[in-house]
Design a protein around this ligand. Structure first.
Ligand code: PEP
Ligand code: MN
Length: 287
């Protein structure tokens, strides 16, 4: 008898085809999902400069934190509502979608007005009341992996959202805590093909929180695409040295521009799927 998984609706056994869904014209799970922007929205000039640049690179989704879960209560906590308004205004001007992190249930109605994709951060992956409430939302949920969570715990967190009614979940590997301190977190690249085996949900990578160093964001991004990731969420800043959060891991605009052709060179691997038994490439899970 095949071993039974503790999660059901998100499992590959439940649904053999990849989950795909359209957001603002992008078919997530099928087309590469590229989300980029600053860690935090800081002011109008910053977010408009970055959005204009990204839209010229044909990036369709803008990220930016408005409510920031900072480790220290003395660090910049985000512009809150004003940040969401600025994000939406900039995204509308440049015809982009908005991705931003929500931390509590009481902000769901506000976020619904401004974002296209709700982000659940690593610190809230096990905030079960929030996950259940987001199961009632009619927009995709980008669910980061908890920094100390196993893949099974992460898929069970996704199961909370899906079993509450929202099937549009995008998993996001963002690194986990290990004994290593040279990098901010340890990116679990193997989680990408492992999750693809276990689940039909799309999975993307956040190489910025995962590495903590802009110098290694690009090679890790390429590695994720080669491993079969459905997209990336990358921190980009027009003045990283002045950033109010996560400047050291934010790419300069020209670094981001140079990364895009490197990713395209891996794209031939992305739309294929490894057949894990024969170790050969197949066209996709849907064939
Ligand atoms: C972020 O995306 O800026 C962030 C805080 O992410 P994480 O929840 O992965 O730390
Ligand atoms: Mn950040």
């Amino acid at each position: 008898m095949a071993d039974r998984k503790p999660y059901q609706l998100v499992s590959r056994e439940w649904q053999s085809n990849d989950t795909t869904f359209k957001v603002r014209g992008t078919e997530i799970g099928k087309e590469l999902l590229m989300i980029a922007g600053p860690c935090a929205v800081e002011n109008k000039e910053q977010i408009f400069t970055i959005s204009e640049f990204l839209s010229k690179q044909n990036i369709k989704f803008l990220r930016g934190g408005a409510y920031k879960p900072r480790t220290s209560p003395y660090s910049f906590q985000g512009l809150k509502t004003e940040g969401l308004v600025l994000l939406r205004d900039a995204a509308d001007k440049y015809n982009m979608g908005v991705v931003s992190e929500i931390m509590s249930i009481d902000k769901i109605d506000e976020f619904n007005e401004y974002v296209d994709i709700f982000q659940v951060g690593t610190r809230n992956m096990q905030n079960y009341p929030l996950l259940r409430a987001l199961g009632k939302v009619d927009k995709p949920i980008l669910l980061k992996r908890g920094m100390s969570s196993t893949i099974e715990e992460w898929l069970l967190a996704a199961e909370y959202i899906v079993s509450s009614g929202n099937e549009k979940v995008i998993l996001c590997e963002r690194g986990i805590r290990t004994f290593e301190t040279a990098t901010r977190n340890t990116i679990d690249i193997s989680a990408i093909p492992m999750v693809k085996m276990l689940s039909h949900l799309p999975i993307i990578l956040d190489p910025s929180q995962g590495t903590g160093h802009r110098e290694i964001v690009s090679p890790i991004s390429a590695a994720a695409i080669a491993a079969g990731a459905d997209g990336l969420i990358i921190e980009v800043h027009n003045q990283p040295e002045e950033a109010l959060s996560d400047g050291e891991q934010s790419l300069f605009l020209d670094q981001f521009e140079n990364l895009l052709p490197i990713l395209s060179s891996q794209a031939n691997l992305r739309n294929k799927r490894f057949d894990y038994e024969t170790n050969t490439l197949k066209p996709s899970f849907n064939n």
